[in-house]
Design a protein around this ligand. Structure first.
Ligand code: ADP
Length: 364
């Protein structure tokens, strides 16, 4: 008895501190009991006598039929048993509340509902926060979209002007000093253009407007091109291609190039203490698999599920490397749009393998 009473005390404490109301309904006699908190939430006095009509009277008219159907279904079907509903009330002291009710029905041996008990929680504040957060996220996306569109034109003009200056200074011996500065500026402008392109891609993907221009092309040739370009930018790593890449695929060449460049440059960027990156191509049952392996810092197991999220960057170590945390999100979206698969295997401190599979292999 003492244990039972202690456990009741604990339960009461938990229910009170969570601000939960409790209710108990007998479907046979139609008796309904609400505790004080439940009555308070629904705007009834603690002494009020209540029944199911008192309940339906305070449920918002737009939600009433849905809630009533749900309750009736739960009371009729022993297989359901659990009840979980979110609904609004009519204005109580001037404002509509959002409530969450959870409950369980107990049935007798003949399958008749004999008791329906549960809890009630006022989730109005949580709903407000959720709505405000959703609105803010939409505004953030709009801002990114407008800002990146607005940035594109001036930066493109800047690039054209710098190219003209670069050409002029390269022809003039006296201006040779200036030329190296212009070349540096051009490189920085190219970086900015890449960042803006990433931001624009993300906005397009968010709006579901990423279009693929598919054609048949040779994957091996594309990988060679990417490696040559990246090798020019960084000579520290040896980019090794393994397997038979002489495979034709039907995909968006530019977008697959974007994925390869993203993954290979990440592989070099996050493996400053090693000197090679392996790009392995293999035909598999579902298409062609490309795996990019580095021997760098790797990714902790707990962070792997988040790695393809927008703006996600593994903190601490990686804050030393420049980036927006968009490359992997964009790569994953491109592969998904090709109905392919993308994933990662990694060991912290040992290195990572990012791989993707493209399904449409065509005859050569
Ligand atoms: P960015 O490199 O611009 O930050 P990405 O979306 O390409 O953005 O990558 C997201 C994060 O994933 C990076 O910030 C880094 O923490 C981690 N990451 C990506 N590739 C690797 C890799 N090859 N090795 C270790 N960490 C990586």
């Amino acid at each position: 008895e003492r244990l039972l009473s202690e456990s009741r005390e604990r339960l009461k404490f938990a229910v009170d501190s969570a601000g939960l109301g409790t209710w108990d309904y007998d479907p046979q006699t139609k008796d309904l009991i609400w505790d004080k908190r439940c009555k308070e939430i629904y705007g009834y006095k603690p002494t009020a006598l209540v029944d199911m009509a008192s309940f339906y009277n305070v449920v918002h008219s737009d939600d009433r039929a849905r809630v009533e159907n749900k309750i009736n279904d739960t009371l009729l079907d022993p297989k359901l048993g659990e009840y979980d509903a979110e609904y609004r009330t009519i204005p109580i002291v001037g404002r509509i509340k959002w409530l969450k009710a959870k409950g369980r029905v107990y049935f007798n041996e003949n399958g008749k509902a004999i008791r329906f008990i549960g809890t009630l929680l006022d989730i109005t504040f949580q709903k407000l926060v959720d709505d405000a957060t959703r609105e803010l996220l939409i505004k953030k996306d709009e801002f990114i979209s407008i800002a990146s569109h607005e940035l594109r034109t001036p930066i493109t003009s800047l690039k054209v002007a710098l190219q003209v200056i670069e050409r002029t200074t390269s022809k003039n011996e006296e201006m040779k000093g200036l030329q190296s500065l212009v070349v540096k500026s051009l490189k920085q402008v190219d970086k900015l253009i890449e960042l803006i392109k990433d931001l624009l891609d993300v906005t397009k993907m968010q709006a579901g407007k990423l279009e693929l221009r598919k054609s048949e092309f040779n994957l091996g040739e594309l990988i060679n091109e990417c490696c040559e370009e990246l090798q020019d930018q960084s000579s520290k790593h040896q980019l090794i291609i393994e397997g038979d890449a002489n495979i034709n695929i039907y995909a968006d060449r530019n977008r697959i190039e974007q994925v390869l460049v993203n993954l290979i440059s990440n592989a070099t960027k996050y493996s400053q203490n090693s000197d090679k990156v392996i790009i392995k191509v293999k035909q598999v049952a579902k298409g062609v698999k490309v795996a990019i392996t580095d021997f760098g810092i790797g990714i902790p197991q707990s962070k792997i599920p988040l790695i393809f999220d927008r703006f996600y960057r593994v903190d601490d170590n990686t804050q030393r490397y420049a980036g927006l945390g968009l490359g992997l999100y964009i790569s994953a979206e491109i592969i998904r749009r090709h109905n392919g698969q993308i994933n990662i295997e990694s060991k912290e401190g040992k290195g990572s393998t990012f791989w993707f599979v493209i399904p449409q292999v065509t005859g050569i």
